[in-house]
Design a protein around this ligand. Structure first.
Ligand SMILES: [Zn+2]
Length: 413
């Protein structure tokens, strides 16, 4: 009895230690020193070094003598000034205003100009009616989704001709671009815009060639094997929008890297008999699935040797269970996952979803590698914004999901 008590005490102590390790790892990836794991201040590179060091400490092996796979791409960045002033009030980047990912650099104090709704809606812009020295203003509020989309298309065209301010009343959602318009393009929340007659802005922007690195760690099977299971999670996020503001990317996808870490610990303690496991933290996902696309074009192991690939992106909630992308392509695997869950009640729900090009599994699927992508669901709706912070993560399904995934792969043997 006493031995049993001691045993369960030790187990819960071990779980507690693991939870603390997961949390501090996630928190670190979201901290200012990682600069939102984007391109300003080399944030993604700092993250790559940190993840590779973690893989090494866990006892994962390099692949072809390296933990890294490098590739190049073009990316538009905001490394310096980022200020917008309206009615003598300095607005807060990320909260009051957002620059479009393709916003050009610029520095000006200007009045506004505009066109009629029918001019914008038709999409045929009469550029002779637009002055380059004034800021084109449009309040893109109180329209239906389709109208807003059509107007936005016209605004992108105008940004090649004059600076643009788009006033919005929807949640800000940022992303990454590989090129710039000719002029600045600023989105401002309706609640702070009011009836401003003039705007001052100073925005630094730069398009650059960037070298990024996928990070890999290899765990051999107990018996020598040529077949490998691949578990992936992108570590890059959106980086900085000026020097004062960064996008922490806690749920997207520091949390997925934390799940990689836990699965690596579990399988290192007891490797699979028949399958090697390759853990990959991808770069460049937010810039268009670039790291995983590069890996599919330059595989470090033959794609045919991949028994199954699991991609993890957004692992920080789970109050409403998980969704499995590609489950319609792999019904056998999906049914086994569901059966394991019904047995042990790990998660409240496992939802089916068809194929989607929404994360790093996509190019593997296109190349015939059996793959699924799992994300957690819950009340945390912070996505591609400054509120996707470590503090907002509940980790509600994290432990149970890691147990379910471990059982899922052990069941493949
Ligand atoms: Zn993501």
């Amino acid at each position: 009895m006493r031995a049993l008590w001691l045993f369960s005490f030790l187990i819960s102590l071990q779980c507690f230690a693991q939870t603390e390790r997961v949390k501090s790892f996630t928190q670190k990836l979201c901290s200012p020193e990682f600069h939102g794991r984007g391109y300003v201040n080399g944030g993604d590179s700092i993250a790559a070094e940190f993840i590779a060091r973690t893989f090494k400490e866990l006892g994962l092996k390099p692949v072809n003598k390296s933990y890294f796979q490098s590739f190049m791409f073009s990316v538009h960045t905001f490394p310096g000034a980022m200020s917008v002033t309206l009615n003598n009030r300095n607005l807060t980047p990320g909260i009051h205003f957002l620059v479009d990912p393709s916003c050009a650099k610029g520095n000006s104090t200007s009045e506004f100009q505009t066109l009629s709704l029918s001019d914008l809606y038709a999409g045929q812009i009469d550029f002779s009616k637009i002055s380059r020295s004034k800021v084109f203003l449009w309040k893109n509020v109180n329209y239906g989704g389709d109208t807003i989309k059509k107007i936005s298309q016209s605004l992108y065209k105008i940004a090649k001709f004059a600076p643009v301010v788009e006033v919005v009343n929807t949640k800000f959602t940022w992303s990454v671009s590989d090129e710039a318009y000719a002029f600045p393009f600023i989105q401002i929340q309706d609640s702070v815009f009011k009836d401003a007659k003039e705007i001052s802005y100073s925005i630094d922007a730069k398009t650059m060639q960037h070298q990024a690195r996928n990070v890999m760690g290899f765990l051999p099977a107990k018996k020598k094997s040529k077949q490998t299971i691949v578990i992936t999670a992108h570590y890059d996020h959106l980086g900085r929008m000026g020097q004062a503001t960064y996008f922490p990317g806690a749920n997207d996808n520091a949390s997925g890297n934390a799940m990689l870490l836990v699965l690596a610990e579990k399988f290192k303690a007891s490797p699979l008999k028949k399958y090697n496991i390759l853990f990959i933290a991808f770069a460049g996902e937010e810039a268009g699935l670039l790291g995983s696309h590069y890996m599919v074009d330059h595989p470090v192991i033959p794609l045919k040797s991949i028994r199954f690939l699991l991609n993890l992106d957004i692992m920080g909630s789970g109050e409403e269970g998980i969704t499995v992308v590609n489950s319609t392509l792999f019904p056998k695997e999906f049914d086994r996952l569901t059966a394991l869950n019904e047995q042990s009640k790990f998660l409240t729900q496992i939802k089916k979803r068809g194929p989607a090009a929404n994360s790093d599994h996509y190019f593997f699927t296109e190349s015939g590698v059996p793959a699924i992508y799992i994300y957690t669901m819950g009340p945390n709706k912070n996505y591609h914004d400054v509120f996707d912070k470590y503090e907002a993560l509940s980790f509600q399904a994290f432990g149970p999901l890691s147990d379910l995934l471990e059982q899922f792969f052990r069941g493949m043997e």
